[in-house]
Design a protein around this ligand. Sequence first.
Ligand code: 5GP
Length: 194
Amino acid sequence: MHKGLVVILSGASSVGKGSIREKLLADQDMKLFYSISETTRPQKEGEVDGKDYYFVSYKDFAESVKNKELLEYTEFNGFYYGTPKAQVEFLTDKGKNVLIEVEAQGVGPIKLNIPDALAFFVMPSSFEELEKQVNENYKDNKASIEMRLNKAKMDMELAPLFRNVVYNDDLDKAVAQIKATVMEELEKRGAGKD
Ligand code: 5GP
């Protein structure tokens, strides 16, 4: 049996990764399973533990790091986020394709562990557009706006390192572009079908 394909979706905060992710997961052709991250960030209204994230304490997160249970982890806006290794391995060993969503720094360590993972970097149509979105998304938390914009600027400088850069000026177009590359890769591996 072929190992499943790992697809990494990355890009700055508020660039629309979440909407792209939802559409990719809903697509039945790619059959992507979502890699649920661990985080110490508090659960937001509407989020489901074990679906959106595993919401854990700092102590439990530190245990996961110490036991080398994470493929990668990062600190973002004062909270920790990490990709559980066992979950990704369990799925890919069963031939399932996995979607991992991470901020830009998470991509390198994943590629080191899984060199044939297919990484996408989502860019906003312009920095002004991203600025507008960040201001809208975090209007109740003004302190985090500047931090997010600074990080977004740094993240966007990493874009040239990515073979697959996707501009999210049109959601459906961005999803279609990612899907075309994923399907091509699955065809190449002969794993597009059951
Ligand atoms: P949020 O708090 O908005 O859900 O996520 C903040 C940022 O962390 C987003 O850019 C998201 O893609 C990223 N993120 C979520 N899970 C992980 C993870 O496991 N590892 C890394 N490196 N970033 C993550």
